[in-house]
Write a protein that binds this ligand. Structure first.
Ligand code: ADP
Ligand code: MG
Length: 559
């Protein structure tokens, strides 16, 4: 037996199935496949418990393909899946694995599509039916015999089906299938509702449980941030200001991205380097050694280039680009939290990548909480804290060496101690912005997304959320005589347009139609006001508070 075909070939499956599986690029059966396939082939009922992404589909699809009689053109296997999407996925997988078995027909049965063609496909000789329970029951009501030839029943993602309220439908389906059938149930979790179904409808089931390998991620504090693709570098720069990291690895997808981000970081004064597949092995080792001993603090890497990288100093992993699959996510974040230390993993998510985030959450069995980009105030606080920390050891002893010089300078310059200290601070901080207005000017706020609720609604209507967001970011044309004003209060402060309108009407003494459009964003809001008398209006509103916070409305110039 050769190395490449070892695993699957040893499983006693029809060679046509093994060939198709190898042709799809699988090299070895996964753990759940290794254990389930012999049990199902032997005809036992089975309960399989394993996380998403462990390869459950092939675990039941391969032995079922092995068992069906292709010459009989009637339903022999029924797979139940919780959603239309999963049903289609499973049906497609069956087709892939059956590529070298002529005569196998698979039909997917789900709601939202006409029933007629589905029923015809079943009657026309599909041996494998993949269905959502609700729609299948509709078919049963039209034709109660439709499942009478089924010998193999699979409940895929049983816990999800129960969560979606399919309990009663499942009972109807169980009753419509011959009692002599073989039943297999897969589920990520086994709550008592599932165990009771198994007790009533499975016969002496064998249990297969695959321990999730991804539990190591629990020691790592994980969060995600929603950003637009073109805002990733400013977002990373801003996050770095407030994250207290020792060493950090940032993951991106392309060589070019390693270079771009590393350059942006170096320009900000970070000790950063790129690590990608173009970098020679000896240079690569130098980069890793530098990260180990502190000559570098940040490495920007692709997955391939970071393979095997083990640096205990790493406190943070930034997933600047989304990993290709959940496994590489787990792999990436495993670079931190080594040797029992605390680790932190941040994931930047663009609108179109939201689904991948859900997949990661399902595979790791953990929620990756949503975090916000730090605002200007947080950046300022972090900068002042760093400055304070860097001065603390000096104030204890610098007076002895530099006290006399200070006296002489105040004397020579004829200035106060405060004036001289301020001059020294400005020099020492190299022109870094250290007041709120300056920080706000220096880092234009990265527009964030609408709150979750609104987002979901839009995506449920089938619109591409990113398109909408891009449009909304383009400045809207202003009406004649109006200017745009900005406040740092936004949705995250609990502000709605009507609060702003009310405050400005009441305290500013304006007529309703003098106020133009009000746009409430997550971390700021824009209000269109008459240019005429603006100074006066803004000074009237100087102390106005909305939702308990200072409004601080300012003219907003977009260039
Ligand atoms: P689950 O149902 O457990 O969530 P899937 O059956 O959907 O997992 O498989 C997850 C992914 O792993 C799919 O892309 C599938 O093609 C792939 N896969 C399954 N088995 C193997 C294998 N033995 N080798 C490589 N990839 C596999
Ligand atoms: Mg599955």
């Amino acid at each position: 037996m050769t190395q490449e075909t070892g695993g699957f070939a040893a499983l006693d499956l029809n060679p046509n199935i093994v060939a198709a599986v190898l042709a799809t690029g699988y090299e070895e059966p996964s753990a759940i496949q290794q254990q389930s396939i012999p049990i199902i082939l032997a005809g036992h009922d089975m309960i399989g418990q394993a996380q998403t992404g462990t390869g459950k589909t092939a675990a039941f699809a391969l032995p079922i393909l092995n068992k069906i009689d292709v010459s009989k053109r009637e339903p022999q296997a029924l797979i139940l899946a919780p959603t239309r999407e999963l049903a289609l996925q499973v049906a497609t997988a069956f087709e892939t694995y059956a590529k070298q078995m002529p005569g196998v027909n698979v039909v997917a049965v789900y709601g939202g599509a006409p029933m007629g063609p589905q029923l015809r496909a079943i009657r026309n000789g599909a041996q494998i039916v993949v269905a959502t329970p609700g729609r299948l029951c509709d078919h049963l009501r039209r034709d109660e015999k439709v499942l009478s030839t089924v010998q193999y029943l699979v409940l895929d993602e049983a816990d999800e089906m129960l969560k979606l309220g399919f309990m009663d439908d499942l009972e109807v389906i169980f009753d419509a299938i011959p009692a002599t059938r073989q039943t297999v149930l897969f589920s990520a979790t086994l709550p008592s509702s599932i165990r009771s179904i198994a007790e009533r409808h499975l016969r002496e089931p064998k249990h297969v449980k695959i321990q999730s390998k991804t539990q190591t991620v629990t020691a790592i504090d994980q969060a995600h941030l929603m950003v637009h693709a073109d805002q990733k570098i400013p977002a990373v720069l801003r996050l770095l200001e407030v994250e207290e990291f020792d060493a950090l690895i940032a993951f991106v997808r392309t060589k070019q991205a390693t270079l771009d981000l590393a350059a942006a970081l170096e320009a900000k004064g970070y000790k950063a380097a790129a690590l990608n597949g173009d970098i020679a092995q000896n240079q690569r080792e130098r980069v890793i050694d530098s990260l180990k001993d502190g000559r570098l603090d940040i490495v920007v890497a692709t997955d391939v280039a970071a393979r095997g990288l083990d640096v205990p100093r790493i406190t943070h992993v930034f997933n600047v680009d989304m990993p290709y699959d959940p496994e590489s996510y787990v792999h990436r974040i495993g670079r931190t939290g080594r040797a029992g230390r605390d680790g932190r993993a941040l994931l930047l998510v663009t609108p179109r990548e939201r689904r991948m985030l859900q997949v990661i959450e399902r595979v790791t069995g953990q929620k990756v909480a949503e975090a916000r980009l730090p605002n200007a105030q947080a950046v300022l606080d972090a900068r002042i804290k760093k400055l304070t920390n860097s001065l603390a050891p000096l104030v204890a002893e610098a007076e002895a060496s530099h006290g006399e010089l200070f006296d002489r300078l105040t004397n020579d310059l004829g200035c106060s101690a405060r004036a001289l200290a301020s001059a020294l601070l400005r020099k020492a901080t190299n022109g870094q912005a250290l007041d709120l207005a300056a920080v706000e000017r220096e880092q234009p706020l990265v527009p964030s997304f609408a709150p979750r609720g609104e987002r979901t609604e839009r995506s449920e209507r089938g619109e591409r959320p990113d398109r909408g967001d891009r449009e909304r970011r383009a400045p809207l044309p202003l009406a004649e005589g109006r200017v745009r004003c900005r406040t740092a209060l936004g949705a995250r402060d609990g502000i709605a347009a009507k609060n702003l309108l009310g405050a400005i009407l009441n305290e500013g003494g304006l007529a309703r139609d003098a106020i133009g459009r009000i746009q409430v964003r997550d971390s700021f809001s824009l209000v269109e006001l008459p240019e005429d008398g603006l100074e006066k209006l803004l000074s009237k509103l100087k102390d106005t508070r909305v939702a308990g916070k200072q409004l601080k409305l300012r003219r907003y110039r977009e260039d």
